[in-house]
Write a protein that binds this ligand. Structure first.
Ligand code: ADP
Ligand code: MG
Length: 648
């Protein structure tokens, strides 16, 4: 039962209620009065929706003013039922699901009870209908059915009949009258025709009580309980999510699409793929010129102009000599390189493998390598060699089989000590550690041609030192090449060598233009892509903020059904998980299509597992942002302001 003592409420300095006192218990209670007399304000105070007022208000001895939000939501789910002028139902949801809404906070939904109530109210035939197709009278009965599912001690109805015609008004009042036999029913109404003589009537005028139940015996209601297990289970949260997705599929689809699109835009942003638009140009060049395009040759002497045979050991004619000793060690461990290799030319090569001797046709040039096709480049202390693919072919074995085999390598090397080339013999035993594709690509009369160098043998430093010692070569200037990892690395190493006064050889002009262009576009599109990524997140925030605001009424209906913010947070979570997973699946399924777009727009390919995984993570991350955006909207939802009450 309610006890109200000296309650006053002011809005903007004006009394909406002025020093009201009364008691109210089981049975049918009417609150009447002209529009603006304070009826709705009084209901808000009785139900705990308005806790900021002067005076005291108790329900079963419990101060309504001091109810916590947890207690309130428990009462709204179990003790207080609300019936409104405009029904406050979920319009796109079926009658039965509307009626079951408060039951999502129970372990098990009592469908049987729902059906009994629908039968009692004569709307069981409408159970599967969506509420939006019902008439006003039918809607009001659905609303009453939903509140009866709570098995409430109190039903508070604010102008429940003012949107209804005379006949349905009477039906509704009859239902409320029947309910009031066992419960406290408080009805605010204009229509004094609905009031019978047996009811208690509170008459308000400009916030003052001008008539109240004259010392009537107030029947006590049951005692108050509060059950701590007032919670939303994860199972029920997902069930409610399913209901929401089904009833508002368009809304769900738009927000899911927003998550996916934002995920992909952020993906192209962070992958830096937008800036890599000239990557394709490099790939084309590499296709034409081979991997050797990224080579930097560091040689002790060469002809600076006019000669094409800078690679050849033509020392006397060389007009550039430079000290390259020590540079090999400096670059061998550099992060920008794939590998380094010594460029030592050999004549009269004879190689013995498994007791059989092979003569290798000499080209007289320095060795060259397009790429390793098996094994690794030579290194370490033991004598190691990388042999050309063509040599392995003559052995009649596979590249893999060649690895680990021992070779007896004998050859002649040019010794320039006297200023004239003198061939000196050298011999050693080394292990094959790799096989190289030795194709050389070059341009001739505007056309690309290629040939394979059959005598490209690469030794490690220990082995070469031994052979050069045998050939009595004194100079410690050993020519070598650096294979840069990327064209940008190639240019940076070249610039570095130039700074120390070394002139390296390589196809720098071809690469340099593209590197410079690439740098420029990366800088330009870099900021553009960050902007696109940021805008896409802003878009998601905007969409979820608008969606959340549009759902204010829905959130308010949850709240008056007994959901509090923790329950709504869980529901928000299950909705976001569902949305994010759907967005990720959607991305995966449509990735070939999306790839066409990202390649066309940003020259970025997303069709690899790393990009797709990153995309999935980004969608999840953006869903977290969306989660907090939605959270703001339901935290800020005040049930009384979001739901219209009283007169229209
Ligand atoms: P009734 O339901 O009897 O029509 P209300 O309780 O809604 O009356 O309102 C009583 C008075 O308080 C009215 O003058 C109304 O303008 C004012 N009022 C009600 N709610 C608010 C509010 N949230 N802010 C400012 N004034 C309000
Ligand atoms: Mg009102």
């Amino acid at each position: 039962m309610f006890e109200i003592k000296n309650v006053s409420k002011k809005y903007n300095g004006e009394f909406a209620l002025n020093n009201i006192s009364f008691t109210m218990g089981k049975g049918l209670n009417f609150i009447v009065g002209a529009s603006g007399s304070g009826k709705t304000t009084l209901l808000k105070i009785l139900s705990g929706m308005e806790q900021d007022f002067d005076g005291e208000a108790y329900y079963c001895g419990k101060s309504i003013k001091e109810l916590t939000s947890n207690e309130k939501s428990y009462y709204y789910n179990n003790m207080f039922g609300f019936v409104w002028q405009d029904f406050n139902l979920l319009e796109d949801v079926s009658v039965l699901d509307n009626v079951l809404l408060p039951q999502y906070l129970k372990n098990k939904q009592n469908r049987k009870k729902a059906e009994t109530i629908l039968i009692d109210l004569n709307i069981v035939d409408l159970a599967q209908q969506k509420v939006k197709y019902l008439s006003g009278g039918q809607k009001q009965r659905v609303a009453i059915a939903r509140e009866l599912m709570k098995n409430p001690q109190v039903i508070i109805a604010d102008e429940p009949t003012s949107a209804l015609d005379e006949k349905t008004s009477k039906t509704t009042m009859d239902i409320l009258k029947a309910i009031s036999k066992t419960r406290t029913v408080i009805v605010v109404t204009h229509d004094t025709n609905l009031i019978d003589n047996n009811s208690n009537v509170l008459n308000l005028d400009k916030g003052e009580l001008i008539a109240s139940p004259q010392e009537k015996i107030v029947t006590k209601t049951e005692n108050l309980t509060f059950n701590e297990s007032h919670r939303l289970s994860i199972k029920n949260a997902f069930a409610l999510t399913k209901l929401n997705v089904k009833s508002k599929f368009g809304r769900f689809f738009v927000s899911t699409l927003a998550l996916m699109v934002a995920g992909i835009l952020c993906l192209t942003t962070i992958s830096g793929a937008i800036g890599g638009s000239s990557q394709g140009e490099f790939d084309k060049l590499i296709d034409t010129y081979g991997e050797g395009l990224k080579d930097i040759s560091v040689v002790g002497s060469f002809i600076s102009a006019g000669g094409t045979s800078g690679n050849k050991e033509e020392k006397p004619k060389a007009d550039v000599t430079q000290d390259i000793a020590g540079l090999y060690d400096k670059y061998a461990g550099d992060k920008r390189i794939d590998f380094t290799a010594f460029l030592q030319a050999f004549e009269n090569i004879k190689v013995k493998v498994s007791g059989k001797e092979y003569t290798v046709k000499s080209t007289g040039g320095t060795p060259s390598i397009n790429k390793l096709v098996a094994g690794k480049m030579p290194s370490g202390k033991d004598y190691e060699v990388v042999v050309p693919e063509s040599f392995v072919e003559t052995l009649g074995i596979s590249n893999e089989q060649a690895i680990g085999k021992e070779v007896n390598f004998s050859s002649s090397m040019y010794n320039w000590n006297t200023g004239k080339p003198v061939l000196k013999d050298a011999f050693l035993t080394a292990t094959i550690v790799g096989v190289a594709d030795t194709t050389v690509y070059y341009e001739s009369q505007g056309k690309m041609t290629s040939y394979k160098v059959s005598d490209s043998f690469f030794f490690n430093k220990a082995a070469l030192d031994d052979m050069r010692k045998q050939a009595e070569i004194k100079s410690s200037n050993m020519n070598f090449l650096i294979r840069a990892k990327t064209p940008a690395d190639m240019i940076s190493i070249k610039d570095e060598l130039n700074e120390t006064g070394i002139v390296p050889l390589g196809r720098f002009e071809l690469v340099e233009d593209i590197v410079r262009l690439n740098k420029q576009t990366t800088e330009q599109s870099g900021s553009a892509s960050v902007l696109i990524g940021m805008l896409s997140v802003v878009m998601v925030i905007a969409i979820f903020l608008i969606t959340g605001l549009m759902r204010k009424r829905e959130f308010a209906i949850y709240k008056i059904s007994g959901f509090h913010n923790a329950h709504l947070s869980l529901l928000n979570l299950t909705e976001m998980i569902t949305g994010a997973i759907t967005a990720i699946l959607l991305m995966l399924v449509t990735s070939p299509l999306i790839n066409l777009a990202t390649q066309g727009l940003f020259k970025a390919s997303i069709l690899n597992s790393k990009m797709l995984l990153t995309g999935a993570l980004l969608i999840a991350l953006i869903a977290v942002v969306a989660y907090f955006t939605t959270m703001i909207t339901f935290m800020k939802t005040n049930a009384t302001t979001a739901l219209k009450t009283g007169d229209r």
